[in-house]
Design a protein around this ligand. Structure first.
Ligand SMILES: *Cc1c(COP(=O)(O)O)cnc(C)c1O
Length: 378
């Protein structure tokens, strides 16, 4: 994992002085690098960046410049890609549950590919029958994923053919299948299982005269937070090989979010105050679980944490078991309960890398502590 394009500590200090903290430093070079790395690992697959983990125009611009594609779920995300001037034919709308207004908004933009996973969704497309193209999302439960995205969405594989027949019977154009194997997936078994099932469903559909031409393998590609993960090239190799073997000539789509966004932001926060309680040092930051560290709750994620002075290699005193908390008056707002730290001073800067995905995107302004400011650094 390259973090070379992240700002060096002196630049972090300068930016913190200029903008105040909490700050999220966004490297669009890292976005591009991640995009290229995944593109190489999944040759022949259109990478549709899923905006959800980091819906920022500079990220969209970088992916657009790389010749990438986009995966949208909401009208707000439509606004971002439209604002950056993305060609709507390079986008899909992947939310399985939509209102009529959502479908219309997307079609008015020009994006025509939608996802469905249940019969109640189908009548919503009838007024736009001649415009929409559909992918059917399958559910492959995954207890190993840090976030199982097949609990809430997706038709059960054994019910897929019947649902597809129903859609086609209503005169809707079904072009293919999609799934999301789960986010931050540490191994690739689920993709292989899902791709092979999709092939069977392609064959069964063909017997019914339904010609499918698209497979969307979703997101999920892992990044190293506190532990190493399998290098993405090795991770994707069997996936790419299976796609090539089972789906020659078929349009292939992936929807990476985390892999592209996570390494691209670094948090810089300040120690607002400190206290000694029951023999432990407590440090209160100006960012916490209601802010950029919200991913600890929602994304079940853990981040590295260090004083900026440590990054600079400055001498520090002995490390002691400490507590790091967010700024709000809620006692749940504790980021680290037992972490070894040298003694920190009020006003000292601290940092967490790999804070690009599912961090500020799910942050709140609870207790009037504003979200971290995102600053594009390159
Ligand atoms: C969240 C989401 C993604 C992105 O998943 P990652 O695990 O971040 O790669 C892709 N597709 C859909 C439909 C999603 O909901």
């Amino acid at each position: 994992m390259s973090t070379s394009s992240l700002p060096d500590p002196s630049r972090m200090r300068a930016l913190a002085a200029e903008h105040g903290t909490p700050l999220l430093l966004l490297s669009t070079q890292t976005i591009r690098q991640q995009y290229r790395t995944l593109k190489q690992a999944l040759p022949g697959v259109q990478l549709h960046y899923a905006l959800k983990p980091l819906p920022h125009p500079a990220v969209v611009q970088a992916i657009k410049d790389e010749g990438g594609y986009f995966d949208l779920a909401t009208n707000g995300e439509v606004d971002i890609v439209r604002g950056v001037g993305v060609d709507p034919s390079r986008c899909i709308q992947s939310h399985p549950i939509k209102r009529d207004s959502d479908i219309r908004y997307c079609l008015e933009y020009g994006c025509r590919t939608f996802i469905f996973d249940n019969p109640y969704e189908l009548p919503k497309f009838l007024p736009y029958k001649d415009q929409v193209e559909l992918l059917m999302r399958l559910s492959f439960r995954n207890k190993e994923a840090q976030c199982d995205l097949s609990l809430k969405f997706g038709v059960q594989p054994q019910d897929g053919l019947e649902l597809m027949r129903k859609a086609v019977g209503m005169g809707l154009k079904v072009r293919g299948l999609s799934f999301h194997a789960g986010s931050q997936l540490l191994n690739n078994f689920k993709y292989i299982e899902a791709i092979s099932f999709c092939r069977q469903l392609f064959n069964l559909a063909a017997l019914d005269g339904i010609r499918l031409d698209t497979v969307d393998i979703g997101g999920g590609y892992p990044v190293p937070y506190t532990d190493q993960v399998m290098p993405i090239h090795y991770y994707c190799h069997p996936i790419a090989a299976e796609l090539e073997r089972l789906f020659p000539g078929v349009r292939l789509i992936a929807e990476p979010g985390r892999f592209i966004a996570a390494p691209a932001m670094t948090l810089v926060a300040s120690v607002m105050g400190k206290a000694e309680r029951q023999g432990r040092m407590w440090y209160y930051l100006d960012d916490g679980l209601y802010g950029s560290y919200s991913g600890k709750l929602y994304d079940h994620c853990d981040y590295q944490f260090m004083p900026l002075s440590k990054l600079e290699g400055k001498a520090s005193g002995p490390e002691k078991l400490s507590v790091v908390a967010g700024p709000t008056c809620d006692s749940i707002d504790v980021i680290y309960n037992d972490i070894m730290l040298p003694e920190l001073e009020c006003g000292e800067l601290v940092t967490s890398p790999m804070m690009g995905a599912y961090t500020s995107a799910s942050a709140t302004d609870f207790n009037f502590f504003p979200r971290a400011t995102i600053v594009v650094v390159d």
